[in-house]
Design a protein around this ligand. Structure first.
Ligand SMILES: NC(=O)c1ccc[n+]([C@@H]2O[C@H](COP(=O)([O-])OP(=O)(O)OC[C@H]3O[C@@H](n4cnc5c(N)ncnc54)[C@H](OP(=O)(O)O)[C@@H]3O)[C@@H](O)[C@H]2O)c1
Length: 208
């Protein structure tokens, strides 16, 4: 059974339909206690794999960063995945489960105008590393994934703001990332894939 979490019921129902009878939705804002509790409650019957993919993006000059907007980014990109993992630890321990953090190449290298986003993603990498060291003895595996630009609504908004278009082959597809994550999750239990770095095979032409 797959439990799909997010705030937008209609969007979740669309994705659930693609997955067929094996999917259930949980309408939850992961920045709230109620949202975390709803997701953790749903997994009480068992949780093999927890995938953190929710994210927020902002791009701005250092002068434009403000504390409120930065806190909103960190709430989704850094704090929520850690808090949700903690809420699900007992279920994960019971079955030697696996945790996947969808990070970003910004979690490895900070670019210009991405201070707040990149700092949060660097923090998420550190959180995953610390978690892994703590839960490895329980047989839990922790994977961080660092994708480059990927064709999603988030990336389409970024390209629009940058006034750029992406020629074919210059963006990853979400399914490319899913395939790599699945391969890592299926790796024999004698091993652990801890990090995956992915980028589109063709570079995006430089912006104006
Ligand atoms: N697209 C890229 O180029 C790219 C590159 C590297 C890394 N990433 C990372 O990949 C992950 C997925 O991003 P994406 O490109 O798929 O972004 P997206 O198209 O904007 O989707 C983000 C998802 O996060 C969910 N979300 C946001 N705030 C939430 C909240 N408070 N509670 C629950 N769900 C929330 C949204 O669902 P609802 O709106 O329904 O709540 C939405 O489904 C993110 O961590 C992002 O940082 C993306």
């Amino acid at each position: 059974m797959v439990h799909l979490g997010g705030r937008d019921r209609a969007k979740l129902e669309r994705v659930a339909r693609l997955a067929g009878k094996a999917a259930r939705i949980v309408v939850a804002d992961i920045t709230t206690r109620a949202g975390i509790a709803a997701l953790a409650r749903r997994t009480r019957a068992g949780l093999d794999i927890l995938v953190h993919s929710a994210g927020l993006y902002r791009q701005e000059s250092i002068e434009a960063i403000n504390a409120k907007a930065w806190a909103e980014l960190d709430a989704v990109n850094l704090h929520a995945p850690v808090i949700l993992t903690m809420a699900c630890l007992a279920q994960l321990r019971a079955v030697s489960g696996q945790v996947v953090f969808i990070n970003s190449t910004a979690g490895l290298h900070a670019g210009p105008r991405t201070l707040a986003y990149a700092a949060g993603k660097h923090g998420l990498r550190a959180a995953a590393d610390a978690l892994r060291q703590q839960v490895s003895p329980d047989g839990i595996r922790v994977l961080s994934v660092f994708p480059g630009r990927t064709d999603t609504p988030m990336q389409r908004a970024i390209l629009k703001a940058e006034k750029r278009t992406a020629p074919p082959g210059t963006l990853l597809r979400a399914e490319d990332i899913a395939d790599m994550v699945l391969a890592a999750l299926k790796a024999p239990r004698s091993s652990e894939v801890t990090e995956i770095v992915m980028r589109p095979s063709k570079p995006l032409p430089a912006g104006r």
